[in-house]
Design a protein around this ligand. Structure first.
Ligand code: DAT
Ligand code: MG
Length: 149
């Protein structure tokens, strides 16, 4: 089964969107296999956003993401990486479709509530960066035969 890394950023936590966001992934039919709240270190944030190191917004992005607690999660399911990105919406909340998390709850690109891995390979490296193997739980929800034929 595919897995993706999802993080509710400090703005999503401060705006009390944790339950709403977890509820959307649960209702969709994905399985939560890892969950923790943490205030990420500078090093973790810089590694996570390493691909954006040369971008002008990098410094602000890292200081924002380390500014408060975030909720780090691993979700599992068929096609969860791409579907998670669809549920999250476009990077700029002003152009994210209504019905997406960013489209429904955000107005600013630097406060876009949530992160989701952009590809299966990225998901694997982000999960390994944020979680230890023993923090991830293998389990099969009783709803599985009602979600998958
Ligand atoms: P996404 O989070 O949709 O994968 P990304 O990987 O291009 O988007 O960028 C990572 C984060 O960096 C994004 O969620 C918000 C911030 N960001 C991206 N482009 C930005 C910009 N032009 N100005 C300010 N922040 C930006
Ligand atoms: Mg990205």
């Amino acid at each position: 089964m595919e897995r993706t890394f999802i993080a509710i950023k400090p703005d999503g936590v401060q705006r009390n969107l944790v339950g709403e966001i977890i509820g959307r992934f649960e209702a969709k039919g994905f399985t939560l296999v890892g969950l923790k709240m943490l205030k990420p270190s500078q090093e973790l944030a810089e590694t996570h956003y390493g691909v954006h190191k040369e971008r002008p917004f990098f410094k602000d992005l890292v200081s924002f993401i380390t500014s408060g607690p975030l909720v780090a999660m691993v979700w599992e399911g068929d096609g969860v990486v791409a579907a998670g990105r669809l549920m999250i919406g476009a990077t700029n909340p002003l152009t994210s479709n209504p019905g997406t998390i960013r489209g429904d709850f955000g107005v600013s690109i630097g406060r876009n509530i949530i992160h989701g891995s952009d590809a299966v390979e990225t998901a694997q490296s982000e999960i390994a960066l944020w979680f230890n193997e023993e923090e991830l739980v293998d389990w099969t929800p009783v709803s599985t035969p009602w979600l998958y034929e």
